[in-house]
Design a protein around this ligand. Sequence first.
Ligand SMILES: NC(=O)c1ccc[n+]([C@@H]2O[C@H](COP(=O)([O-])OP(=O)(O)OC[C@H]3O[C@@H](n4cnc5c(N)ncnc54)[C@H](O)[C@@H]3O)[C@@H](O)[C@H]2O)c1
Length: 261
Amino acid sequence: MSIDLRNAVAVVTGAGSGIGRAAAHAFARRGARVVVTDLVDERAQTVADEVGERAVPAACDVTSLDDLEAVRKLALDRFGRIDLVMNNVGILAVGPVEDIPLEAWQRVVDVNLLGVVRSNLVFLPHLLEQGSGHIVNTASTAGLLPYGFDRLPYTATKHAVVGLSEALALYLRPRGIGVSCLCPAGVATNIVEQIAFYGKPAPPRGPNFPVMDADSVGELVAEGVTHDHFLILTAPEAAEELREHGADVDAYLSRLTKDAP
Ligand SMILES: NC(=O)c1ccc[n+]([C@@H]2O[C@H](COP(=O)([O-])OP(=O)(O)OC[C@H]3O[C@@H](n4cnc5c(N)ncnc54)[C@H](O)[C@@H]3O)[C@@H](O)[C@H]2O)c1
């Protein structure tokens, strides 16, 4: 079920910066043709120019079904097929939970969770008809562990993306389609631009995983897709933390809250 990136056509959302940009480059280095999409037109254009003739840019807001449908049309018109869809966009609302307004929750859910849902509605019928392909959803270690209480809409939606991805893997594997879930720890990107701040900052409590450079994450994604790995972590320390969490959630939460003021 693993796909051969040498002949693949990939669509990447939020590919104008950071992890999406790095993944677009890593896919193209292996021979894939890439539709580089981003909310910001110029960013998509810049990254497509960097990648070269294997890439085509497209402005695409993942909160718009029309934009995603236009990307599907562009990919099929230009390259004739779609094999890999990377749903990579994520935004944050940060602050004490009591200070984060409902509108901020709605915005984060609309982008982080419903962005993936819209993409599935648009691209999955094509992959199912083809009987092959791969989906990568970018979640976060904050979608596996509870430490991100200072950014609860992010934590909740990234947990939702992990759950959605696991269930989707069960549904799609028998149909010849692979699913990966990228759960990065810290990555050096422009993610701070995607943050809306509310109230007085409350420092998060919990693991402080090492920060990785975006290009290395792009390589991990390309290798993960090639070898059909479901869970792609950027910090081995996260796997250790997950084992502790899974073994005894009560003990884990107690450890994280024990020194709380
Ligand atoms: N950087 C980290 O430390 C880190 C850690 C864990 C998970 N992640 C996840 O990785 C993903 C990529 O983040 P990044 O760190 O590369 O950030 P980034 O800010 O460098 O890149 C995100 C890109 O998404 C685009 N974007 C924003 N809203 C959009 C929308 N509605 N539609 C389409 N594009 C939109 C931005 O213009 C930007 O180019 C996100 O889902 C993020 O939650 C990042």
